[in-house]
Design a protein around this ligand. Structure first.
Ligand code: SAM
Length: 251
């Protein structure tokens, strides 16, 4: 069923909303939706409703909301702190992190991150990543739009690491695996920070600073994974053990 976001609206059953301008073209021209078509509309903050198109024209599409839809949100609030990766790798990581239920993706600059952005290029990138996040969220029917934040400095990462369970996959870690860590009870409030290094890896100094700030370093098995594989593997493992990829929760 086609899925749209209407972020400015407080959605309610039995109300009518107009789709945002950028969705009108997509709904009418691309998807060829007409009066009577069933759609889902989410507010990007966790609420979604099933609805029916009650009028569709080239300038305006009006949807009558009927009843709440499943929000498809994890009970974990996972922040993926991803060292800037080259080329289109960031696009892939963001798309898949959204599909796997990350609540937030924060690109970070580390000693060995290769891309260096000028301020204007960074603004462009951020817009692009936010679009990718929205498209992925619609595709996998998430009612909450994951936040993609501006590139942060490593000092900011340390500050974040002090406030919740922070996991740092590190290929040099010999003692603890992520698998073992995930056998422990999940953190009470479900907030988790997952820090993935760049293609060149974290420096030893960065790992020392992260662990001094309370982060736990773990390995992801004996093979060195590409940054994008490591991010997605770790996310999927965390969601399987503590989140919504595991056994169904009794309600
Ligand atoms: N430059 C490093 C090397 O060649 O030894 C590899 C870095 S890896 C391509 C990028 C990131 O993925 C790492 O910083 C780490 O966060 C994660 N990673 C990859 N393989 C891992 C593993 N086996 N265990 C833990 N983390 C891993």
């Amino acid at each position: 069923m086609p899925y749209f976001f209407k972020e400015s609206a407080g959605l309610m059953a039995e109300s009518e909303i107009t789709l945002d301008q950028q969705d009108v073209h997509h709904a009418c021209r691309v998807l060829k939706l007409a009066k009577g078509a069933a759609v889902t509309v989410a507010d990007g903050r966790g609420a979604a409703f099933q609805g029916v198109i009650c009028s569709a024209g080239p300038r305006e599409v009006v949807v009558r909301l009927i009843e709440p839809a499943e929000p498809h949100e994890s009970s974990l609030q996972i922040t993926l702190l991803q060292s800037l990766a080259k080329g289109e790798k960031m696009d892939l990581i963001i798309r898949q992190a959204v599909e796997l239920g990350a609540a937030r993706v924060v690109p970070m600059a580390t000693e060995r991150s290769i891309p260096q952005f000028t301020a204007s290029r960074e603004v462009g990138r951020l817009k692009r990543w936010q679009k990718i996040s929205q498209a992925a969220a619609a595709q996998c029917r998430r009612a909450r739009l994951p936040r993609i934040e501006p590139v942060c400095r490593f000092e900011q990462v340390l500050d974040m690491a002090r406030h919740c369970l922070s996991i740092v996959p590190w290929e040099m870690e010999k003692k603890q695996s992520l698998f073992e860590l995930l056998r422990q009870p999940r953190p009470k409030h479900g907030a988790i920070l997952l820090c993935i290094g760049p293609e060149g890896g974290f420096s030893r100094g960065e790992i020392e600073s992260l662990t001094a700030a309370g982060a736990v370093s773990v390995h992801l098995g004996p093979r060195i994974l590409r940054a994008e594989t490591a991010a997605i593997t770790a996310l999927a493992m965390v969601q399987s053990a503590w989140g919504d990829l595991g056994p169904a929760q009794e309600s």
